[in-house]
Design a binder for this molecule. Structure first.
Ligand SMILES: C[S@@+](CC[C@H](N)C(=O)[O-])C[C@H]1O[C@@H](n2cnc3c(N)ncnc32)[C@H](O)[C@@H]1O
Length: 375
C-alpha cells in the first residue's frame, strides 16, 4: 500500500486510523490531491483555512503552514490527523472543532469534502454560510461519482453562486461564492420519529444512522432487551441516536447507561434524547470515542451494540472485531455482550473465537441477536 504522498514539493507519510496493511485502505484519494494542487496554484500564504471532513488528516498535514480550523464529525478522523501529524513530526497551528461548532473567525478559505449524507452537508454548509464573507474561497471536493445535482443545489442554497471544475483523475471541485442576500432560517437540521410502543420521540442530528426511522435490526434488539439489570452498568457501544440504550433505560429504571460513538452528531443526539425522554439525567453518561479504547477492565454488566460494517464508504469488519475485543476487556466477569447483526455477517464466529461461547437469543429472516458472556 502507498503511504507516501508526494504533493507540491512535500513528501507526507499518511496512514488511516487504525493503521492497516490493506492496500485498498489508502489514507487519501485523488480529490484530496486535486484540491491541494488547486489551492497551491492560488499562491496563498498564511491563510486562515477551515477544513471540513478531512478523512485521515491529508489536508491538515499538507497545509501545515497555514492557520487551520479542522472540523469533523468523526473521532476516528481526529485520531488519524493526530497520528499523521505526529508521524511527520509536524506542529501546525490547528484548532479542532466538533461538527456543531464553528470557528470564531472568518476563514479566508473553506475546504469541504462532501460527506456521505446530504443532510450533514446541508447542516455543514449552513454553518459555513453563517461565518464566511463574500471574499472567502469555498471549495467542495469529492470523487466525481459522489458529486450530484442535489449536493450542488445545497451549495447554491446555503452559500451562493456555484460552479464545478472539470473532472481530473475521476475527481471534481466545487466553487461557491457567498451571496450576502442569502439568509437561511432553517436552523433546525434535526429529524424525529416516534419510538414504537413507548412515549419517546427519537431526535437525530444531521447524518446520524437511522435518522428517519427505527432500524430493523435495532427493532429486533428492542424486542429482546434484558429487564433484570437492577443498578447495573450498561454501555451502548456505537449508540447512534441512542435508541438501544434508551430501551435499556426504559426497561431498567435503576441501571446506569453510557452512550458512546465515534460520530459527534450521534453522541449529541443520544444526549438530546435522554434529556427529552427522562427527567433525571444522573444515570446517563456520554462519550465521543473510538470503540472502548482505553476503558478500564472489568466494569460493565452489559454491553449492547448494533455494530457498523463499514467505515465511511469502505466495507470492513475491523470495527466489529475491535468492538468485540474491547467489550471483552471492559465487561465484568459474568457480564454479557449482546449484539444484533445481519445474518450474513456471521458474527457468531468472531464472538466464539474471542469469548469462547456464543448463544442465539432471537432471530428473524434477516437479523440475529447474539449473546457472549465473559467468564
Ligand atoms: C449500525 S449503527 C447503530 C446505531 C444505533 N445503535 C442503532 O442501532 O440505531 C453503528 C454505529 O456505530 C458507530 N461507529 C462506527 N465506528 C465506530 C467506532 N470505531 N467506535 C464507536 N462507534 C462507531 C457509527 O457512528 C454508528 O452510529
Amino acid at each position: 500500500m502507498n503511504t507516501l504522498l508526494n504533493i507540491n514539493d512535500q513528501e507526507i507519510l499518511l496512514n488511516r486510523f487504525p493503521k492497516s496493511n490493506d492496500k485498498n485502505l489508502q489514507a487519501w484519494d485523488s480529490s484530496d490531491e486535486y484540491v491541494l494542487n488547486h489551492l497551491h496554484s492560488l499562491n496563498l500564504s498564511n491563510a486562515k483555512i477551515m477544513i471540513v471532513n478531512d478523512s485521515f488528516g491529508t489536508l491538515a498535514c499538507a497545509l501545515k503552514d497555514h492557520q487551520l480550523f479542522w472540523q469533523s464529525d468523526s473521532y476516528i478522523a481526529k485520531c488519524a490527523v493526530e497520528q499523521n501529524i505526529e508521524d511527520n513530526q509536524l506542529s501546525p497551528t490547528i484548532e479542532y472543532l466538533d461538527s456543531l461548532t464553528a470557528p470564531k473567525i472568518t476563514p479566508d478559505v473553506v475546504l469541504i469534502k462532501l460527506p456521505k449524507s446530504n443532510a450533514l452537508l446541508a447542516q455543514q454548509l449552513q454553518l459555513i454560510g453563517e461565518i464566511i464573507s463574500h471574499d472567502t474561497i469555498v471549495i467542495g471536493f469529492a470523487k466525481a461519482k459522489d458529486v450530484h445535482n442535489s449536493g450542488l443545489k445545497l451549495f447554491q442554497k446555503y452559500i451562493g453562486d456555484t460552479t464545478t471544475s472539470l473532472a481530473k483523475k475521476k475527481s471534481r471541485l466545487i466553487f461557491a461564492t457567498k451571496n450576502n442576500a442569502i439568509k437561511n432560517n432553517d436552523n433546525d437540521h434535526l429529524t424525529s420519529w416516534p419510538l414504537p410502543d413507548t412515549e419517546l420521540t427519537i431526535f437525530n442530528h444531521a447524518g446520524v444512522f437511522a435518522n428517519n426511522q427505527l432500524d430493523i435490526g435495532a427493532q429486533l434488539m428492542l424486542e429482546n432487551i434484558p429487564k433484570d439489570l437492577k443498578d447495573g452498568y450498561v454501555i451502548d457501544l456505537g449508540c447512534g441516536n441512542g435508541v438501544l440504550g434508551l430501551g435499556v433505560a426504559l426497561a431498567n429504571p435503576e441501571a446506569t447507561v453510557r452512550f458512546t460513538d465515534e460520530s459527534y452528531m450521534s453522541v449529541a443526539s443520544a444526549r438530546l434524547n435522554c434529556e427529552k425522554g427522562f427527567e433525571s439525567q444522573d444515570r446517563f453518561e456520554f462519550d465521543w470515542h473510538d470503540c472502548l479504547s482505553g476503558y478500564d477492565y472489568d466494569q460493565a454488566d452489559l454491553i449492547i451494540s448494533n455494530p457498523p460494517f463499514h467505515q465511511g464508504k469502505t466495507v470492513t469488519d475491523h470495527i466489529a472485531w475491535q468492538m468485540f475485543h474491547d467489550a471483552y476487556r471492559t465487561l465484568k466477569h459474568g457480564g454479557t455482550l449482546r449484539i444484533v447483526g445481519n445474518r450474513h455477517l456471521a458474527y457468531h464466529i468472531k464472538l466464539q473465537r474471542i469469548f469462547d461461547n456464543c448463544t442465539t437469543v432471537a432471530s428473524n429472516s434477516k437479523f440475529v441477536i447474539l449473546d457472549a458472556i465473559k467468564y
